[in-house]
Design a protein around this ligand. Structure first.
Ligand code: CMC
Length: 382
């Protein structure tokens, strides 16, 4: 076999490369459509909730009543984390980013998992449910410790979405905020072959374990080109500060070839349907809270960006309006990306479960463009 030195198709960043077959979700990037198991995201956001949509993604169909009750019970039962982890959270440097904490704690949870030596489908489903139940607790506990606040323990009476809000803020959400929390989690739950899902699948394809896959996914999600963008959006809004500053700020950033966070997508060349829904909620919540400053700045950014870049297919993505919502809900900005992870763990684990049913190790190649026939020079002659 010859060295691979050039005459093959190469796609930077794997653009357009098909890496798997899935029935979990699909994106129509031209039309700006997203479906989970065939159901449009708009319908799920309007009618469903976290637990039901998680069941759909993991098992393929919407649950019957008893199936939903069983899943809810399992998620509630596994919310608490081992005391050892709570002690680790207390001992961690307060300037650690919660995504680092999440990655580290998920790794540690693997050591405590009752199925840790079992890579069967049944064990992996149980691990998926446990991880989904535990991740909000890790994030909320650490976030409160970081803010010098008392821990708020999970409340078994609350739904997954309500409980996340409760553990972060110490308050039980009203009906409207409960719905919003479900919508946020549903919209972030799954998105096909994105970088973090692919990272999880690459690890799983070696027949490694579920916790290792999710650690890899958390690491990938953290970057500002992926889930880390939501935190940067709020920083950008704060830096811009006023509606009047938007136009010069954006034009200058584009002139300097800087990325505007919360815009653009590898697959969507139209408005991201998730952003459309979040924008409506962000507008409503801003009005209700009587704090419209950030949404006004954001909408002006959108206007300028679509005018300047819309013809290149650059529109707001899911990360653009979510930060405004989290900010209005009183969440500190370092939990924005962890909330993405808390939702996306369902998609990550669903893809791992699906891929393992017909597993083949991921092993792409690279074109070699280094020298050939190089002589080995002994160390004293170099
Ligand atoms: N601001 C300004 N220009 C942009 C942006 C942006 N946000 N995104 C893409 N472009 C331009 C880019 O400069 C390039 O222009 P040219 O052809 O003149 O060189 C062109 O669009 C194509 O960019 P690309 O980097 O080849 O696109 P990609 O598919 O590799 O990257 C992306 C996709 C999401 C990484 C990119 O759009 C980006 O960096 N966006 C900002 C970060 C962000 O919001 N990420 C969240 C993505 S959605 C949620 C998630 O997955 O987490």
């Amino acid at each position: 076999m010859a060295f691979l030195t050039g005459e093959v198709t190469y796609s930077r960043g794997l653009e357009g490369v098909v890496a798997a077959i899935t029935s979990i979700a699909a994106i129509d990037g031209e039309e700006g459509k997203l479906i989970y198991r065939g159901i449009p995201i708009e319908l799920l956001a309007e009618k469903s909730n976290f637990e039901e949509t998680a069941y759909l993604l993991w098992f393929g169909d919407l649950p019957k009543k008893d199936e939903l009750e069983n899943l809810k019970r399992d998620l509630v039962e596994h919310r608490e984390i081992p005391q050892f982890l709570v002690d680790c959270l207390k001992g961690a440097p307060k300037d650690t980013h919660p995504m680092e904490i999440l990655r580290t704690c998920v790794s540690m949870l693997g050591c405590f998992d009752p199925d840790k030596n079992d890579n069967s489908r049944g064990a992996n489903i149980r691990k998926s449910i446990r991880l989904t139940a535990q991740m909000p607790t890790i994030v909320a506990y650490y976030s409160r410790l970081r803010r010098g606040l008392e821990l708020v323990h999970p409340d078994p009476k609350l739904s997954h979405a309500q409980n996340l809000y409760y553990m972060l803020t110490g308050e039980v959400p009203n009906e409207e905020i409960s719905k919003l929390m479900d919508v946020i989690l549903i919209l972030h739950m799954e998105h096909g072959m994105n970088a973090s899902t692919f990272a999880a699948m690459v690890v799983a394809s070696t027949l490694s374990d579920m916790h290792s896959s999710i650690c890899a996914a958390i690491g990938a999600l953290r970057g500002p080109l992926h889930g880390g963008a939501n935190e940067r959006v709020l920083e950008m809004l704060q830096e811009i500060g006023t509606v009047e500053n938007v136009e010069p700020y954006i034009l200058n950033a584009l002139k300097e070839h800087r990325r505007i966070m919360g815009f653009g997508h590898r697959v969507y060349k139209a408005y991201d349907p998730r952003a459309r829904i979040l924008k409506e909620y962000a507008e409503r919540l801003s009005r209700e809270k009587g704090d419209t400053k950030w949404i006004e700045i954001a909408e002006k950014i959108e206007e300028v960006m679509i005018r300047e870049k819309g013809k290149k297919g650059i529109f707001p993505n899911v990360d653009f309006y979510s930060g405004i919502i989290y900010n209005l809900l009183g969440f500190p900005k370092e939990v924005f990306t962890p909330i993405f992870a808390i939702a996306r763990v369902v998609g990550w684990t669903a893809h791992v479960l699906e891929y393992l049913q017909a597993n083949r190790i991921f092993r792409p190649r690279a074109i070699y463009n280094g020298p050939l026939d190089v002589e080995y020079i002994p160390i004293d002659k170099r």
